[in-house]
Design a protein around this ligand. Structure first.
Ligand SMILES: [Zn+2]
Length: 409
């Protein structure tokens, strides 16, 4: 079924909305919502709930999230509270449905100097979260509104999930997203596009790990031979981990920080190492997990040491299969119809799209704005993309509603 004139006319009003979208974005970005700023996250959840309520959902639910459990530098578990998530649901019984996901936290805490937007030139706005992803949330809202104002409104159900913890790996919203994945036909996440405007295809998987080594303390002078030096043992394991680099295509291991130890005159009995692993596919993940087991088993065999590993592949690799490929093709064709040449390509970055795919939901995860300098005070959104991406996403939604996406449910 081709793109029809009523679809294009349903998208026409968006053309003139650039200035309004920019003004809304500036207002949103001026309220800090760093992932650990709970009052800011509460406030931002209210602002976005007010915005998305204009879509007249059947139900709006504010979800309190379980605190995040992290391993402190002394090896103990600490629970950190998280902001609220918001779910908005529009049911259309017997029709396909789409899950739309976005996060309203940013990497900039309340004490970060980068707090306000600045217009750089006619086409670019610099601001915290302007591209990642307050701009994307505005695109999501505008696209769903276009669907709801179109003749296809009754043909597609939707659920919107807005999360407060994506920038710290979605520790609290992960179960929410996994449960929602099972309720829908496809998913759209509104992370920024790749810098050249393209969509993400294959995404690597990412695991964060914390290694805690316990040795035996002893006086460094009198009883050195009785000690078991946890810092040295940890250092050997860091080298063994680093040695995994280059052994398998696309797998990287990054020992990132160390802690522990103590005064110079005591053999240290405590060490902690934090590291990240990226893998291109499931079989590489299995390979590196076997290697981790081996390194751990060898380290634990040395007398006097105890070794504990926390963490895992919270975000498994996302591979373009037939269903994701069909969805990407429909998005690329929709963009082409509206005059934007797009493609999709692999990336090493990870996001909630990894989790949704792992939970069985075909999805495109960077339907948001075009931008650059993400996670830095150079973060910039290309302003015309607020309008362009809203129209592309809106057309994609209408075509899914019209039954153009041919995938097995
Ligand atoms: Zn993001």
């Amino acid at each position: 079924m081709p793109v029809t004139p009523p679809m294009i006319s349903a998208l026409d009003p968006i053309r003139g909305e650039g200035p309004d979208l920019e003004a809304e974005l500036v207002e949103l970005c001026s309220v800090n919502s760093g992932s650990r700023n709970l009052p800011g996250l509460e406030r931002k959840a209210e602002m976005f709930t007010a915005l998305f309520s204009r879509l007249e959902p059947d139900e709006t639910i504010v979800e309190a999230l379980e605190p995040e459990t992290v391993i402190a530098d002394d090896g103990t578990e600490v629970r950190l509270p998280l902001g609220p998530a918001v779910r908005l649901v529009r049911r259309r019984s017997g029709k396909p449905s789409v899950l739309l996901v976005g996060h309203f936290d940013t990497v900039f805490g309340a004490d970060h100097p980068f707090q306000e937007c600045r217009r750089l030139d006619p086409y670019e706005l610099n601001g915290p979260g302007a591209a990642d992803m307050h701009g994307g949330l505005l695109v999501m809202h505008t696209a769903v509104r276009a669907l709801e104002n179109s003749p296809w409104a009754g043909e597609l159900g939707w659920e919107i999930i807005l999360t407060p913890d994506e920038e710290i790996g979605s520790p609290g919203s992960r179960p929410l997203l996994a449960a929602a994945a099972g309720r829908h036909t496809v998913g759209l996440v509104f992370e920024p596009s790749l810098p050249n405007g393209n969509l993400a295809g294959d995404r690597k998987g990412s695991g964060n790990f914390t290694l805690v080594v316990t040795g035996r303390a002893a006086h460094a002078g009198r009883d050195h031979h009785l000690g078991r030096n946890a810092v040295v043992h940890l250092a050997r394991m860091a080298v063994a981990l680093d040695d995994l680099n280059g052994r398998r295509e696309g797998v990287t291991v990054n020992p990132a920080s160390t802690g522990g130890g103590g005064p110079n005159n005591i053999v240290p009995d405590h060490g902690i190492l934090r590291f990240n692993i990226r893998v291109p596919d499931r079989s590489s993940q299995a390979w590196v997990e076997r290697e981790l087991d081996r390194i751990l088993a060898e380290a634990a065999r040395v007398e006097g040491f105890e070794v504990r590993l926390h963490g895992g592949f919270a975000r498994p690799p996302k591979e373009v299969d037939a269903a994701i490929g069909a969805l990407l093709a429909l998005a690329v064709d929709s963009a082409a119809t509206l005059g934007t040449a797009l493609d999709w390509e692999p990336t090493g970055g990870v996001c909630d799209g990894n989790d949704l795919a792992a939970a069985g939901l075909p999805n495109i995860d960077n339907m948001g704005v075009v931008g650059r300098g993400l996670h830095s005070s150079g973060e910039v959104v290309e302003l015309p993309s607020l309008v362009d991406r809203s129209r592309i996403a809106g057309l994609l939604l209408m075509r899914i509603a019209a039954g153009e996406l041919d995938i097995d449910p």
